[in-house]
Design a protein around this ligand. Sequence first.
Ligand SMILES: *[C@@H]1O[C@H](CO)[C@@H](O)[C@H](O)[C@H]1NC(C)=O
Ligand SMILES: *[C@@H]1O[C@H](CO)[C@@H](O)[C@H](O)[C@H]1NC(C)=O
Length: 350
Amino acid sequence: MQWLVFAILLVSTKTAPSVSGSSLVTFVFGDSLTEVGNNNHLQYSLARSDYPWYGIDFSGQQATGRFTNGRTIGDIISAKLGIPSPPPYLSLSQNDDELLKGVNYASGGAGILNETGTYFIQRLSFDDQINYFKKTKETIRSKIGEDAANKLCNEAMYFVGMGSNDYVNNFLQPFLADGLQYTHDEFVELLISTLNQQFSRLYQLGARKLVMHGLGPLGCIPSQRVKSKKGQCLKRVNEWIQEFNSKAQELVETLNGRLPSAQFLFADTYSDVYDLIDHPTAYGFKVSNTSCCNVDTTVGGLCLPNSKLCSNREDYVFWDAFHPSDAANEVLAEKLFSSLFSAAPPPKPH
Ligand SMILES: *[C@@H]1O[C@H](CO)[C@@H](O)[C@H](O)[C@H]1NC(C)=O
Ligand SMILES: *[C@@H]1O[C@H](CO)[C@@H](O)[C@H](O)[C@H]1NC(C)=O
């Protein structure tokens, strides 16, 4: 029901006389699943994908800093909304007019917690990304004035995809403090209370329409499967992820009750992703238990220039040990889009 209301509001904003379809502004916060190239600008970051074979199926076969062979889910959703995929924040100058049209702050290796992904040396944590959004808002205010800036920020859509690294590159790493220090119950409480502060801060900065993309079955990604005896999904990890998702959903509902005119949504895509992995052939795929790029999970699991690729990239759900392929992103974006916007026909680009 909540989703329906949201879809109607989004579409009615877009069809209001003063707003043209191409003026929908989106701000994207996230990790490597949504990054479009911020880490290319972090000189010492080890979480990078600006080299072959990343981007081999992107336009111009460019390695842009996306952690997949082609498009991210965000790229595909933007195209469906008829807007360009927002550019990486760090590619823009401080005073760039582009900042008014939407920005992507996502950064590979980033987490809800600041300490997540420390071994990547540099990445933008969710707090860093919100700090950059605050700066963005100051620039927008200096360009169009206080009232118009507030209106722009209230009407914009905020997409947040965070939390995978808090598991994969923090809690599930046996040598890191958080996995040793906390039980899972304690860890999930820490994540949710931190998210609560982060969402409240985004609200104070003007966010009203926000979609939090829930976590997928991380126990089934190739980097986790190799830890099992026979390459199967790690059941306990998947149970933890479902616990996180249900608590994040509760948080979002609580915030909607507490913050006037907040329309925050939790998009629980867990079962869609699980179904794709469990029944790849039903979606036209052949392999979901290992990645197209023949990665070495003992040295990180990213697709390196000397890695061998599979012969047909569309047959694989996973591109590397962590990230879905372009073809899988297409399937997942389709499902997310129709659940977000099912109450009304998709807005047409102008
Ligand atoms: C995390 O780091 C950010 C920016 O560096 C800082 O503003 C924030 O207070 C930190 N959060 C915590 C919980 O330490
Ligand atoms: C993936 O599944 C196939 C078919 O069930 C199996 O033959 C293969 O060994 C599995 N690969 C891995 C890496 O677990």
